[in-house]
Design a protein around this ligand. Structure first.
Ligand code: PEP
Ligand code: MG
Length: 754
């Protein structure tokens, strides 16, 4: 027979499901849940508070209190019992609130009759996003099982409170209240930090609505002005842009020439003369060209279509006055706004000027978010409609810690954001002081910290961080920044530049990892249904062996006389690894036969990203000099959860027993086989996740430069023995996420997790 507590919990869960599955508006669902929980748990009153700011909790739903108190009561974080629950992220039960020093009486609420109180935080990614409370008129002592039931309710409620519907509801409330109309929007934070600047809306495709011109002459003049201005801005932009490692400006000249092409301009002007508006004429010229070129087998000509679409969009932007080109803006601080974006798109902008990024359909491990994080740019995503809401040129503030976007922020908000920016700068200065101190735990274990690099600016981190080396060089990034496939010579230049900057430090080159969301401009997409599990990465380079041969040849030549470390991505079984290794050996033999200088030593490794290799690890480890776990892809395959799908981005947590057990298995096997094992996925860049990794036995972490100081600070404030013991306990837990537990552990043990 089930215990009364278990059957009570099951009843509540059943009712919760019934309520959450209805089509009722989110606020009504919340009301119904609160009333239901009060009744089921025999409480006289219940309430749900929701975090509306990083500092305030607002009463969103209540039962047994003054009905019109909803949305009128708010508490500061730490204020009263509710604020205390949220601040410390812990449940709290009190038999007599009136005797409790933290109690804060709110007369508007009508709570005079209640004595006992229990409050439980609603937790999302380790942070309180709300609080649910029960109160009784008697001095009730709430039992541990009652608190546990309420914690289960809180888990379901936190899903609801973090839902898109709730974000929309909050945005409505903000809109209703705002003095300036809509100012503040709630989304999901993807990269921490604060920024303020002028909006630039990323390459919005202009829908041409007006087809026929009323005044041909006027239309021609408009076209000429826009075209001249565009070319002027392009010239300036291309002369000043710093792209991928070793990237040459001459690659971009092809694009610039295209924009200046007289034939193309004449075609548009002819279309205008025949009666079309300038906008419609640009579209018509594009369509003509597309019709002629899209059917050809000439890849060079097909590549030009990509340029043409881009230049046409740019010109349309100039014609409509919504110039997405940053160089047309004088602002030195920019906030880039996009529906979605590839990582190379970010290079359209001068990264020194980007203060924030808003991606409507963003997810934490999508590549553009990784690149932005590496640049230390705050990113906020998942605000429905924000892309159309923001206009180029508007002042925008971004809060990447709590996931807020402010459109035309008021003076106090601007001040608040600027204060946060200066706070962050101070933290950075503090972390920079750790530069020459060892990355050693409190009990004396050295953790090797490496950098992930790909873009030109990443190289600066080699000097500023004093890292142990480059744990992952994403070689596809310069390929993506290029307009044509880099040949061996150009690749050698990229790789040499990196090795020179790294000096004696170890550098791990990863072979080309394209496909999925990393597309090359000169290779059209193959149009697969499931690109993340499709023809990508090593699968492409093994099939198109010449590409791999050329790349490893460039590695060998660039590393002549030095140690070379090559790593193959997305390996699914031993046979694939052997094939890739064989290609490298053949190229090495060729170099030797030619009498060319070769590397002093060549180490070959692979990335652990596809779960099948874990089941063949023993055999693989016999043939690998090192392995590196790519947790971004590994997690997407283990949880069967597309890393680029915003709907799923918060559903599964790497800080949960299934994933941690897998990570433990990998490092344990590698240690047994005495093969160097590191992590180069985003887990290593996030201090709380990196804490779990060192607890599991990882001693080599490779991360983005912007995370380096924070991870080092975590390492230096951790006692390894203790975290190892704690992680063992965590592996036995069946909770959906262990993040809150780990965060509490860090706070309790003085571990710095910024
Ligand atoms: C990973 O998958 O964890 C990884 C490091 O590779 P990328 O993010 O480049 O796919
Ligand atoms: Mg990967």
């Amino acid at each position: 027979m089930k215990s009364p507590a278990i059957s009570q919990a099951m009843d509540i869960l059943r009712l919760l499901r019934q309520i959450t599955e209805t089509d009722a508006p989110v606020s009504e669902k919340l009301d119904q849940i609160i009333a239901m929980v009060a009744k089921q748990m025999e409480a006289d009153a219940a309430a749900c508070y929701v975090m509306v700011d990083d500092n305030y909790l607002e009463l969103f739903a209540s039962f047994g209190f003054n009905r019109d108190a909803n949305h009128k009561i708010s508490l500061r974080l730490g204020e009263g019992l509710v604020g205390d629950v949220a601040k410390h992220n812990r449940s709290l039960a009190v038999t007599d609130v009136w005797k409790h020093p933290a109690f804060s009486y709110k007369p508007e609420m009508g709570e005079e009759a209640y004595k006992s109180f229990v409050g439980v935080p609603l937790i999302r990614w380790g942070r309180a996003i709300g609080v649910i409370t029960l109160q009784n008129k008697e001095n009730v002592e709430y039992s541990a099982s009652q608190i546990e039931i309420l914690e289960t309710v809180a888990m379901v409620l936190s899903e609801l409170v973090a839902s898109d519907d709730m974000n929309e509801f909050k945005n409505e409330l903000i809109k209703e209240r705002g003095q300036t109309g809509k100012e503040k929007y709630k989304g999901v934070a993807l990269s921490k930090g604060y920024g303020i600047g002028v909006a630039v809306v990323h390459r919005r495709r202009q829908a041409v609505t007006k087809i026929f011109a009323e005044d041909k002459e006027k239309e021609l003049r408009k076209l000429e002005v826009a075209h001249t201005q565009m070319n002027h801005d392009l010239d300036e932009k291309f002369n000043s842009t710093k792209l991928g490692i070793g990237e040459h400006v001459d690659i971009l000249d092809a694009y610039r020439m295209f924009a200046k092409d007289k034939g193309w301009y004449k075609k548009i002007a002819d279309n205008v003369s025949s009666g079309l508006t300038a906008e419609a004429a640009v579209e018509r010229a594009y369509e003509d060209m597309w019709n002629r070129l899209s059917g050809t087998n000439d890849t060079y000509m097909k590549e030009r279509l990509h340029d043409l679409r881009d230049v046409a969009d740019r010109l349309l932007g100039y014609l409509s006055g919504d110039k997405t080109d940053v160089s047309t803006l004088d602002a030195k601080d920019l906030i880039v706004v996009a529906q979605t974006m590839g990582p190379a798109d970010l290079m359209d902008y001068d990264y020194n000027k980007i203060r924030g990024l808003i991606i409507e359909d963003g997810t934490p491990t999508m590549h553009v978010a990784i690149v932005a994080k590496a640049l230390g740019i705050p990113v906020v995503s998942k605000i429905k409609g924000i892309y159309n809401e923001i206009k180029t040129g508007e002042l925008i503030a971004v809060d990447g810690n709590d996931g807020y976007v402010y459109i035309r922020p008021s003076e106090p908000i601007q001040q608040k954001i600027r204060a946060k920016i200066s706070e962050k700068e101070k933290l950075q200065a503090k972390l920079a002081e750790l530069k020459d101190l060892p990355a050693e735990t409190k009990d004396g274990t050295r953790i090797n910290l490496y950098l992930n690099v790909g873009l030109a600016f990443d190289l600066d981190y080699i000097e500023t961080t004093n890292c142990d080396g480059i744990g992952l060089y994403r070689t596809e990034i310069p390929f993506m920044a290029s307009e044509t496939m880099p040949d061996v010579e150009r690749q050698i230049n990229y790789y040499r530049e990196l090795m020179d900057r790294a000096g004696d430090k170890k550098v791990i080159f990863r072979s080309l990892d394209v496909g999925s969301d990393k597309l090359l401009p000169y290779w059209g997409s193959v149009g697969e249904d499931n690109p993340a599990i499709g023809w990508r990465s090593i699968r492409i380079t093994l099939d198109r062996r010449a590409i791999l041969r050329k790349q490893v040849c460039a590695f060998l030549r660039a590393a002549a006389g030095k140690e070379l470390n090559v790593m193959f991505p997305m390996i699914s079984n031993l046979a694939e690894f052997e094939e890739a290794k064989e290609t490298l050996s053949l190229e090495l033999e060729k170099e030797k036969r030619r009498g060319s200088p070769i590397p002093k030593k060549v180490n070959v490794g692979l990335m652990i990203e596809v779960p099948s290799v874990v089941f063949q690890l023993e055999a693989i480890l016999k043939q690998a000099d090192f392995i590196s776990v790519g947790t971004n892809d590994l997690a997407q395959f283990v949880f069967a959860c597309d890393r680029g799908n915003p709907r799923l981005s918060e559903r599964y947590d790497v800080l949960s027993a299934p994933f941690l057990k897998l990570m433990h298995e990998i490092v344990s096997q590698a240690n047994k086989a005495k093969v160097l094992c590191s992590v180069c996925g985003e887990m290593a860049s996030n201090p709380i996740e990196a804490l779990a990794l060192i607890g599991l036995g990882y001693r080599n972490l490779s991360m983005s430069g912007s995370a380096f100081g924070k991870v080092k600070s975590m390492v230096r404030s951790t006692n390894l023995d203790d975290i190892e013991d704690y992680v063992k306990i965590m592996l036995k837990s069946n909770r959906r996420t262990l993040r809150p537990q780990l965060i509490s552990y860090a706070y309790d043990h003085g571990i710095e997790i910024y």
